[in-house]
Design a protein around this ligand. Structure first.
Ligand code: HEC
Ligand code: HEC
Ligand code: HEC
Ligand code: HEC
Ligand code: HEC
Length: 239
């Protein structure tokens, strides 16, 4: 077929080129979309966000990422490298959700006196309670985790009809969220009678991603993606 050995080498060369092309443009994206398709829908409020609002570039050059993903495709690596993404940490969330008056700010629980409680509920990480791609608002099915820190709570001049002391003695930990929101960001009147509390089923539906039973009014609203992009435009164009 090839009388000229040069033509033969060119022919093999282009086959290899096409092969690499297929791997980069067909196989890798397939592997990627497979990972993406196995993810659940975005959480409440995040439906319109672009992926890069949370997933910014991973370390390592594009070539290194390509190499490790090629190894992954051929079974030489157990896990695909973060392809253009790095771990989504508190900082990413706080870039839009900074609430200066948060009554339970994540940084506070780094103090050593919370060491014990943190082994039960890691309140230093948004992700403990708000895992993304789960079509939820909060991943905890039962919001009774208040017990880990408030088990010895004493309220002076307690205004409620069944005092906190009694609720705690009776281990009524699911009542807490029926009166108090967690971050203290809603504007509403806290009930003083047990019969006026938000029904538990409404709280549970809210945790799963449903309607907000506390209030439509908030002290601090998150940044929209547009506002976030404007504030971070310098950083975003540098990468
Ligand atoms: C509101 C923030 C947010 C947005 C927007 C977002 N993600 Fe995620 N994503 C996360 C978090 C949190 C995780 C959990 C793993 C982690 O912390 O890195 C995650 C995990 C993943 C994973 C699992 C692999 C990994 O890196 O751990 C993939 C793949 C992924 N996201 C793809 C996407 C795609 C595609 C989009 C756009 C449609 C998107 N994400 C939008 C926050 C987000
Ligand atoms: C680019 C900005 C942006 C980033 C980054 C972001 N969010 Fe959001 N988030 C929003 C917006 C906007 C809403 C919708 C607010 C609304 O509907 O009033 C929202 C909604 C939410 C809600 C539901 C709020 C409600 O009304 O009940 C939670 C919970 C939440 N985000 C947590 C997180 C966590 C955890 C992260 C980090 C993994 C994160 N967000 C990253 C902008 C952002
Ligand atoms: C220990 C569990 C826990 C941790 C950690 C946690 N949250 Fe929440 N979050 C909740 C619960 C419970 C609610 C529902 C009650 C409420 O609205 O405050 C909630 C509600 C929210 C809401 C909607 C209400 C509002 O404040 O506007 C946003 C937004 C939110 N969380 C963002 C975050 C971010 C960002 C982080 C990390 C900096 C974080 N949360 C850490 C448990 C947690
Ligand atoms: C990881 C520990 C921890 C967890 C879990 C926790 N809290 Fe707290 N909470 C605290 C600390 C610390 C304070 C501040 C107390 C102080 O200043 O003396 C606080 C304060 C409060 C306050 C009073 C805020 C104010 O401004 O007066 C309320 C109400 C509250 N928590 C409700 C809850 C509810 C409801 C839950 C469960 C959904 C919960 N907390 C879970 C540690 C925690
Ligand atoms: C019937 C509604 C109701 C229930 C149920 C309830 N609280 Fe309260 N709580 C209040 C009111 C009202 C106050 C006093 C005004 C305020 O601080 O908002 C209060 C105050 C507090 C304070 C502040 C104490 C201080 O000295 O400043 C904490 C912390 C607290 N509650 C935690 C809890 C926990 C944990 C639970 C669950 C065992 C719980 N509450 C159940 C209504 C309730």
């Amino acid at each position: 077929m090839f009388k000229n050995p040069l033509r033969k080498r060119q022919y093999i060369g282009s086959l290899i080129g096409i092969g690499i092309g297929i791997i980069i443009y067909v196989v890798l994206p397939l592997k990627q979309s497979e990972d993406y398709l196995s993810l659940g829908p975005m959480n409440t409020g995040h439906e319109g966000l672009s992926c890069d609002a949370c997933h910014t570039d991973a370390k390592g050059t594009l070539l290194q990422q390509l190499q490790s993903n090629v190894s992954f495709t051929f079974g030489m690596r157990k896990k695909a490298a973060d392809f253009g993404t790095e771990n989504v940490d508190n900082k990413k969330c706080l870039a839009c959700h900074d609430r200066p008056n948060d009554r339970h700010p994540t940084h506070r629980f780094l103090e050593t006196r919370f060491k014990e409680a943190i082994t039960q509920i890691d309140a230093t990480q948004c992700e403990t309670c708000h895992r993304e791609h789960n079509d939820t608002r909060i991943v905890l099915a039962e919001a009774t985790f208040c017990v880990n820190c408030h088990y010895d709570l004493e309220v002076k001049n307690d205004p409620i009809d069944v005092p906190h002391e009694k609720l705690i003695a009776d281990e009524q930990w699911s009542t807490c969220l029926q009166c108090h929101d967690f971050h203290g960001n809603h504007i509403y009147q806290v009930a003083e009678k047990l019969k006026d509390t938000i029904p538990l089923r409404e709280i549970k539906a809210y945790l799963k991603g449903g309607e907000d039973p506390f209030s439509k009014k908030k002290k601090h609203l998150p940044l929209s993606e547009e506002e976030w992009r404007t504030i971070n435009s310098k950083y975003l164009s540098a990468r």
